[in-house]
Design a protein around this ligand. Structure first.
Ligand code: HEM
Length: 525
């Protein structure tokens, strides 16, 4: 229990921060931002606003979007200015801007406080991200058999039909009546473990991808990164070095644990290369190999190198698995919430699998399944803040409004996805919405999950649009096809969909709810 002195210091700190926020806000409104509409409380209300902003700025974004659609509006957060850009033309301006004007990496640097949470040079040259473009996406067809194999293996271990070692492990606190057919699994934990394992199959290969300690480390690293970045982000600039030093325990500890797994594999792969040459038989085609090849020859085994490789592995995994596992969990909740879709989805999957089996090409033909997952993404996933960009040079939008270097701009993805201008009955889950549009307009490309445009911002837009979306689409479709073919699924607690949990900008699936699975007697894929 914290002592009264601790509470006193905490209270004084909050009052100090609130006062700073008031002063900063009033300065900003009179400053060069005077031509931009401000959203959020004013005057004494800014003190209350400060606490609301601590909890998240999502309501202010929606309020601004509803009242000022097609314009820019500003939400002064604690120590910075977040400018929200709405309307097709202005979002197009962001898409066309150069990286030295509006920078994605600048916003990641700020959002994740990478100067304090990672080695700064890693984001200066994020070549690990290019692996997704240059290798993984281009060769997705070639990698598909591994992805499929791992999906099947992961589900059969993590959602097994009977009592088993892994079953006990994952259930932990989840009680289940094993005498019945239906078994309850923790949805979020299961979704995370399946995605971690499958993505790690493509990032580090077997056996590490099945190592539960390594997968847990990936999860712990992401958690530590988010929490540390949040605290440092709320800290005034001059205090950041001190606060980051005080917090300098969780990330390094997790990193050291991860390095213990990565180092022997790097050694083993280098030894084989020495023995059998650069293209040795059985050489893994994964992110780890790619990172080893990028490292200067003389330096491949140094601790610094292993550390840098491990950070890049964990950072890429952070970008990949968190949104993908949230999307999987939400889609499973939707499948269980709207069982009326199951027969038609099953019919589509079964007929295609019967003809062609499961491959990258065959899942490409499952457009009802694609539509169902895309609708789940539209309604539940993603953040209020798509296309985050740090303004590096003053930038003037096509409507004449200038944003100044130092501000952060975002597009309000969540509001766009819930806007009746773009989607009829936007609050309703309409699983075949995109399949119908595709049929009506005879356009097989525009409505598929991986297409990005100013009305579907889940994966951003423009040159930085998520390069992992092709993998995500293959991953989610293969997983849902497997679940449809292998299990019956339903919600616990009389069929009420578990409520989402909101973080600063983004919704996340409920993290404690369970899902019930029952093995089908029909053959699985
Ligand atoms: C449902 C899952 C996912 C969602 C919703 C998502 C969303 C996003 C968004 C919104 C961006 C920023 C785009 C922009 O600002 O224009 C982004 C960037 C990125 N994503 Fe994803 N992502 C997902 C999964 C993945 C996966 C599985 C990977 C890796 C395999 C990945 C790798 C990346 C990378 C490397 C970038 C940075 C792009 C660049 O450097 O230009 N993402 N993602």
């Amino acid at each position: 229990m914290p002592s009264s002195t601790t509470w006193f210091i905490f209270g004084i700190t909050l009052i100090f921060l609130a006062a700073t926020r008031c002063i900063a806000d009033s300065k900003l409104r009179k400053s060069k931002y005077k031509n931009i509409i401000f959203v959020g409380p004013t005057g004494i209300g800014t003190v209350i606003g400060f606490f609301q902003l601590l909890l998240g700025i999502r309501d202010f974004i929606q309020e601004g979007y509803d009242q000022h659609y097609g314009k820019l509006f500003a939400i002064p957060t604690l120590f910075q200015m977040t400018i929200v850009v709405s309307g097709h033309d202005l979002i197009e301006d962001i898409r066309k801007a150069s990286d030295d004007q509006l920078s994605l990496y600048g916003s990641i640097k700020e959002g994740m406080q990478t100067d304090y949470t990672m080695e700064p040079h890693i984001l200066e040259n994020p070549y690990h991200f290019r692996f997704i473009h240059l290798s993984l996406t281009r060769d997705l067809g070639g990698r598909f058999p591994e992805l499929k194999e791992e999906v099947i293996a992961a589900f059969s271990e993590l959602v097994p039909p009977t009592d088993s070692k892994e079953f006990i492990l994952i259930l932990r606190d989840f009680s289940s009546d094993k005498s019945r057919d239906w078994i309850t699994f923790p949805a979020w934990l299961t979704g995370k473990l399946v995605v971690l394992r499958v993505v790690n199959r493509l990032f580090v290969g077997p056996p590490l991808c099945n190592n539960s300690d390594y997968n847990e480390i990936n999860d712990a690293y992401s958690d530590a990164l988010v929490k540390t970045a949040l605290i440092i982000g709320f800290t005034p600039g001059f205090l950041k070095p001190i606060v980051s030093r005080l917090l300098d325990v969780y990330i390094p500890k997790t990193l050291r644990r991860a390095m213990k797994h990565v180092a022997p594999i790097v050694k083993e792969r280098l030894a084989k290369e020495k023995l059998f040459g650069a293209d040795w038989d059985g050489k893994s085609n994964d992110l780890l190999t790619w990172l080893i090849e990028k490292t200067p020859e003389s330096d491949k085994l140094s601790v610094t190198t292993i550390k840098a490789i491990t950070i890049r592995l964990l950072a890429t995994m952070f970008a990949a698995y968190r949104p993908a596992s949230m999307a999987l969990t939400q889609a499973l909740f939707d499948l269980a919430t709207f069982p009326g879709y199951i027969p038609e989805l099953r019919a589509e999957v079964e007929s295609i699998v019967k003809e062609e089996g499961i491959s990258k090409d065959s899942i490409g033909k499952m457009y009802k399944l694609d539509s169902f997952i895309k609708e789940s993404l539209r309604l539940r996933a993603g953040g209020k803040a798509s296309m985050p960009r740090k303004v590096l040079k003053d930038f003037t939008f096509s409507n004449g409004t200038t944003v100044f270097a130092g501000s952060t701009i975002i597009a309000p993805g969540y509001a766009i996805h819930h806007d009746a201008r773009h989607y009829s009955n936007p609050a309703d889950f309409d699983g075949f919405r995109f399949a119908r549009l595709r049929e009506e307009q005879d356009d097989p490309v525009r409505y598929q999950m991986v297409s990005v445009n100013p009305t579907f911002m889940m994966f951003g837009n423009g040159r930085h649009a998520c390069p992992g979306r092709f993998l995500v689409s293959a991953l989610l479709k293969t997983m849902l096809a497997h679940v449809l073919m292998t299990y019956d699924i339903k919600l616990e607690h009389n069929g009420r969909r578990p409520t989402d949990k909101w973080y600063t900008f983004s919704p996340a699936p409920n993290q404690t709810a369970g899902l019930l699975f029952r093995r089908r007697s029909a053959p699985s894929c």
